[in-house]
Unconditional design. Structure first.
Length: 79
């Protein structure tokens, strides 16, 4: 089920909690016509439990890995 109303969203309990950093809840939210992924973690604070949230663009690509620079020596420079 996807969210279709502007400035609203949905969260569902995550069925794949394969590591401790995975969100407890996942869903989506639409803000000003833009779709975003919404993730939530149950956390414990001084005054009790709360939800920590993260939002990321729905069309976001995973970050490209940075190329590893090769070791340079003086012979690599033309001057």
């Amino acid at each position: 089920m996807e969210n279709r109303r502007d400035n609203s969203g949905v969260l569902f309990k995550s069925d794949k909690k394969d590591n401790e950093r995975a969100p407890d809840y996942k869903g989506n939210i639409m803000v000003d016509g833009q779709e975003y992924w919404l993730s939530a973690w149950i956390k414990e604070g001084k005054t009790g439990k709360f939800l920590g949230l993260a939002v990321s663009p729905r069309d976001a690509q995973p970050p490209a890995s940075k190329p590893v620079p090769k070791n340079l020596d003086d012979s690599d420079f033309p001057f």
